[in-house]
Design a protein around this ligand. Sequence first.
Ligand code: TYD
Ligand code: MG
Length: 468
Amino acid sequence: MAKTRIEFVCQNCGTTHPRWSGRCDSCGEWNSLVEETGATGVASGPGRALKKGRVMKLEALDGEADEAPRIETGVAELDRVTGGGFVNGSALLLGGDPGIGKSTLLIQVSAVLAKRGHGVVYVSGEEAVAQVRLRAQRLGVAGSPVQLIAETNVENIVSTLEAGTAPKLVVVDSIQTLWTDTIDSAPGTVSQVRSSAQAMIRYAKQSGATVILVGHVTKDGQIAGPRVVEHMVDAVLYFEGEGGHHFRILRTVKNRFGPTDEIGVFEMSDAGLREVANPSELFLGERQGPAPGAAVFAGMEGKRPVLVEIEALVAQSTLGTPRRAVVGWDSSRLAMVLAVLEAHCGVVLGGHDVYLNVAGGYRISEPAADLAVAAALVSSLINKPLPENSVYFGEVSLSGHLRPVSQATGRLKEAGKLGFEQATFAKGSESVNEPTLRLNTITTLADLVVELAAGAPESLQRDDDTGT
Ligand code: TYD
Ligand code: MG
């Protein structure tokens, strides 16, 4: 007989502990252990012989490999991110903060696909059918033949799906509300999320339908029921946006059937999500136009490219010790860039206050931002805007040389996608092919200073501080 085992599972990292404690030993999170019954029903443990299994046929690696059959959604931004549409029989996870627009996106996509004649079932675990209908009416897609159910029990959902004609797309909103009879824990706990997701993924593989699971993200950026779903599904998409802004970005974090470096851009309006074909307009619209002291840094967050504006203000100081104020970057890193500018480029800022700010409350931890910071500082000092639609990245060494940074291709690709026209970065970075960008590779920080000061107004060029 299968023994029922009580275990305590950390809801943050998924580690199991034999007894309760206030703090998870593995991830250090407080109050995250929840009692769950681990009845597996599988004979396990030492001393138990494995049941005799079937003998399977082994296959060669170089056999037939068909391109996975897909259904194009017709939503260009989504097709781009998924690598050409939803793969039949695959499972996707769509993560994002509550209220970011996941349900809106999926009901719109469901409607488009249903209109094209594909069977679509929208399983709502959070909203009643009437609420989903109301939303669809507001979005103007109520006429589309999407089938709805409001249900949270996985067994009921799978039986319902298997009873009718097999759908092409099943949306489950959200995975955290699902529960299965086989597990005792409350919905939303790690073991419930894991088992429910497993059941839905099994359904996808068996039926050939694409299953999209919606997952809410916790405050620290992890999908709750953390990570356990991410490795089970074929693709993980994140829907992101900044508070107070209308744009939303759809990113792939993992994709077994396509690239992971594409982004899809949408704008949230009264009539739902609108595709943004030319995202640069949206992002550049947020900037104040060319201003002295503003530089765009092409950064990376792990595997995700992030373009962010760095603002610098350099002003004559009235204090004995000039001020250095930094928001969003490392102040010792700023001190280093200032020292290199002074020692190797003749740019003396000893008598100036320096203020540095990373726009949007963003925090940069990469040394690759050195070059963008230096460009912003020099631009502010000579009171001349940097070339328009230009991005910068590169690490500055103490000798004044520029070190190539990793993932140059990813940075340039994102810059090209967001409508930038020129990129200045360290010579010797990985070979890149980004046809939309003018690539300006430089070897030393002094090259940059000479380039920027070249067209500065006469009066400023005479200023000793520019040192050119
Ligand atoms: P929703 O899709 O419910 O978010 P999620 O499923 O990710 O939790 O989006 C809700 C937000 O979107 C809500 O704050 C209002 C806004 N919204 C619009 O601005 N326009 C619209 O047409 C719709 C449907 C929602
Ligand atoms: Mg929702």
